[in-house]
Design a protein around this ligand. Sequence first.
Ligand SMILES: Cc1cc2nc3c(=O)[nH]c(=O)nc-3n(C[C@H](O)[C@H](O)[C@H](O)COP(=O)(O)OP(=O)(O)OC[C@H]3O[C@@H](n4cnc5c(N)ncnc54)[C@H](O)[C@@H]3O)c2cc1C
Ligand SMILES: NC(=O)c1ccc[n+]([C@@H]2O[C@H](COP(=O)([O-])OP(=O)(O)OC[C@H]3O[C@@H](n4cnc5c(N)ncnc54)[C@H](OP(=O)(O)O)[C@@H]3O)[C@@H](O)[C@H]2O)c1
Length: 436
Amino acid sequence: MCQGDSKRVAVIGAGAGGLVAAKLLRDEGFRVKVFEATDKIGGLWVYSDTRGALYKSLRTNLPKQIMAYSDFPFSPSLPSFMNHQDVLRYLHSYAERFNLHEVIALSTPVRSAEYVSAHGDGARGGWLINGEELFEALVVANGHYNVPNYPQLIKNDFSGFAIHSKEYRSPSPFANQRVLIVGGGPSGLDLVSEIASVAKMVVWSGTSFSDPDTAATVRSKLPPNVKPVGRLEGLESDGRYLVKGAANELVTSDGTIDAVIYATGYKYDFPFFSESSGLFPSRTMNRPESVRDALYVHLFHRKHPSTLFFLGLPALAPGIFKVMEHQTKAIIAVLKGTVSTEGLASLPSFPWVMLEAAFPYCVLLDALAAGTHDAFPHDYQQVTVKLPRDIDLRMQVFRDTIAAIASMPDRYKEREYRIIDECDGGGGEIKWEVVE
Ligand SMILES: Cc1cc2nc3c(=O)[nH]c(=O)nc-3n(C[C@H](O)[C@H](O)[C@H](O)COP(=O)(O)OP(=O)(O)OC[C@H]3O[C@@H](n4cnc5c(N)ncnc54)[C@H](O)[C@@H]3O)c2cc1C
Ligand SMILES: NC(=O)c1ccc[n+]([C@@H]2O[C@H](COP(=O)([O-])OP(=O)(O)OC[C@H]3O[C@@H](n4cnc5c(N)ncnc54)[C@H](OP(=O)(O)O)[C@@H]3O)[C@@H](O)[C@H]2O)c1
């Protein structure tokens, strides 16, 4: 065992990120304690009628073939796009298989996490959790889909039914209604598809839908009672809505709506860090840059690069479970001293991981973990992109899924992927196909 392997590491959260961190850190000999605020593991995948971001019918928007952790596949009997219950069962099996319950403290919220410097007489520095337990390192895996984000409107006089997508559970309350769904992200798309089947009409507001060509494309792929409109700017008391038009002008609708669902995303929230810590501009942030710029490669905090780490923040990830696994391996390399974080604080921040950069990002993390990167790169272009087999496969399936979401937004979850492993000892191409 290497020197330093018995460091104490605190992990905040027992969701998909906290679980994989706990497993890998413990495998390397670190003494891990996972703090979980609720009485259950699984994080976002724990369904509740009153809490959390899942709705009853939610299925994954990525196929199981690219969602799984390494060496722990989803059951072959499951469809590619699974129900949320299947994902929770998978996380339970993972925790049981690796005895992770031993290191998880349920119903134990982290209320404060404070860095204390080492001082005199061999006293050790580190992260003081809840003012009582000291750890050499802290892995933050508290999720970032908890605090709803609402749009800034110039006017909001609407007093009818209005909820955030986090509160949505089923389409039944919207039967025969005229519903405005705000937000062109994955939540907006899912809710539009589901609610259009029962509602009289769905007005779908997306920031890019003021462009007539985009609106026409969106309309052509969705049921006829869905009307795409531009960015929402305001709401009148009688249910008329104000949106951005094609020439950036403000357009007030002729018709009215009965209910609004804000599928406008979430804020980043780290309530356990004090404002005075200077780690972030504030505890709750809706500007992604505020979080991104405080971190290097979305993972290492610039102020404490070798003791403070964040899992799961990249925005568009090719299977975030696996990305968090890559991230944990890079954390382990830093904790073991294989990689020095000297000078890292002054490096530029990486843009949020988007489609083309997602895979160099994983390759970069692997290179950091293996200690094969001489220096921390300045951007994705500096990452040598010879994609290993598993990352190449994920990239192809991920791209195909993104294309399918665009071309068949209300049907893509019916697709089945099949991986055809050539079993040639790891050197050759892995093939995959879609079984319609
Ligand atoms: C509606 C929705 C659908 C999604 N669908 C998919 C999908 O199909 N495929 C996919 O790959 N990803 C999907 N995601 C992304 C999803 O966030 C990840 O799959 C993954 O669950 C994130 O895991 P996590 O561990 O980072 O966070 P979470 O799952 O949110 O877990 C965080 C944990 O930290 C705990 N916690 C928070 N604060 C504290 C505290 N102060 N002290 C102690 N514990 C704390 C929470 O209780 C929770 O258990 C979806 C996200 C949303 C919002
Ligand atoms: N498994 C599933 O099927 C499923 C379902 C739902 C969600 N998810 C996951 O949940 C996570 C969050 O997704 P999300 O869709 O909730 O959040 P999101 O991706 O942050 O999307 C929010 C959207 O709201 C838009 N928006 C903000 N203000 C607006 C306004 N005034 N008018 C119109 N649009 C406005 C944003 O547009 P701009 O970006 O242009 O500002 C953005 O497209 C993702 O990881 C996603 O994959 C998965």
